[in-house]
Design a protein around this ligand. Structure first.
Ligand code: SF4
Ligand code: SF4
Length: 68
């Protein structure tokens, strides 16, 4: 994978509210088999977006590959 920015879900912190799945308009996130959010399409994640982290997740479960 050559992508330099994509969301990462901390499964310990994720409650499975799935707000981020609904929030992201790019189809990056989906419900995983464990009922929690999963990154399914990292290549389409918008570089430096942070939308799901700031606008959806109330549990601090989202971070990003590529952030400093
Ligand atoms: S918004 Fe946060 S807690 Fe809810 S499913 Fe997404 S990562 Fe998990
Ligand atoms: S950072 Fe933006 S594009 Fe990437 S998963 Fe979150 S809302 Fe979607």
């Amino acid at each position: 994978m050559s992508k330099d920015w994509y969301s990462i879900i901390d499964k310990e912190k994720c409650t499975g509210c799935l707000k981020c799945v609904e929030f992201c308009p790019h189809g990056i996130l989906a419900e995983g088999e464990d009922g929690k959010a999963e990154v399914v399409n990292p290549d389409a994640c918008v570089t430096f977006c942070r939308g799901c982290q700031k606008g959806a997740c109330d549990f601090g479960a989202i971070s990003y590959f590529g952030e400093k």
